[in-house]
Structures are given as C-alpha cells and as structure tokens.
Design a protein around this ligand. Structure first.
Ligand code: ATP
Ligand code: MG
Length: 138
C-alpha cells in the first residue's frame, strides 16, 4: 500500500468540481484516508512549492495557490502515486490524455485543477506538510 498527497487547487474548488475529482479517485479504487479544506498563506504556499523556487513561474504559482481555498487529501492504494498522476494528466492540459482531470477541466498550464506528489519522497514530505498522523485514518 502506498500513499500520496492530492490537492484540488483554487481553480478546481472555484469550479465546484470537488466531488467530480473525488469520484474519479474512488472509481479507480483509490481510498481517501484524510481530507481538509484550507486557504494557504503566501508563506505556506512558498514552503510547499520550495522545489520550484528558482523557476520563473514561482511567484505566479504561489500567488495562484493562495488565491482561494484548496482541498488537501491523502490518497491510499496500490501504486497510488503513479495512478493519481495518470488520472491527473500532463501538467499542460493541452498535452494531457483524453479523459484525464486536467484535459477535462484545466484552462491554463498553471491553473491545472489538481496537484499530486510525484515520488515516494515528495509524497512523504507533502503529506506531513498538511496532515498529522492522527488525521490520517486508513
Ligand atoms: P503539480 O506539482 O502541481 O502536481 P506537476 O508535477 O504536473 O504539477 P510541476 O512541474 O511540479 O508540475 O509544476 C508545478 C506546478 O507549477 C504545475 O502544476 C503548474 O501549476 C505550475 N507550472 C508548471 N510549469 C509551468 C509553466 N511553464 N508556467 C506556469 N506555471 C507552471
Ligand atoms: Mg510537481
């Protein structure tokens, strides 16, 4: 069993598709083992995306991530990191496969509806960034 962090970004929450995103996870056999809605501060967004701090889009990305509430979830399942990335689709929705969340709902390379951890090490960091052990109920 593996765990990963999923975020529904401010554009996804604003589009009222929280349920639609969760339905796709559950349909794929993925379990939601923790969930909360929150509004990140600029500092919290910068800490979360620290790996991207040298990128030209860092300022815009962190401002977007603080522009409204998000939903954070811990997902659990076999090979869930890769499975979630597949359900999300490519970063740029224009390159995302048909039937993926980003292909169906993203409008912009930045405003791409969802985040998913990309490796076991980043998943461990990102889950701990949002949730304490007691908030994760497997
Ligand atoms: P995420 O980490 O959010 O799951 P990802 O792993 O597909 O997405 P990353 O390369 O980690 O993509 O980039 C993080 C986020 O930064 C992207 O999801 C997107 O919102 C934004 N981003 C990435 N590349 C660009 C770009 N060239 N211009 C603007 N924003 C970008
Ligand atoms: Mg990433």
């Amino acid at each position: 069993m593996e765990r990963t962090l999923s975020l529904i970004k401010p554009d996804g929450v604003a589009k009222n598709i929280i349920g639609e995103v969760i339905k796709r996870f559950e349909t794929a056999g993925i379990k939601v083992v923790a969930m909360k809605k929150l509004h990140l501060s600029q500092k919290q967004a910068e800490g979360f995306y620290a790996v991207h701090k040298e990128r030209p889009f860092f300022k815009s990305l962190t401002e977007f991530m603080t522009s409204g509430p998000i939903v954070a979830m811990v997902l659990e399942g076999e090979d869930v990191i890769a499975k979630n990335r597949k359900l999300m689709g490519a970063t740029n929705f224009k390159n995302a496969e048909e039937g993926t969340i980003r292909r169906d709902y993203a409008t912009d390379i930045e405003k791409n509806v969802v985040h998913g951890s990309d490796a076991p090490e980043t998943a461990a960091f990102e889950i701990a960034y949002f949730f304490s052990m007691m908030e994760i109920v497997g």
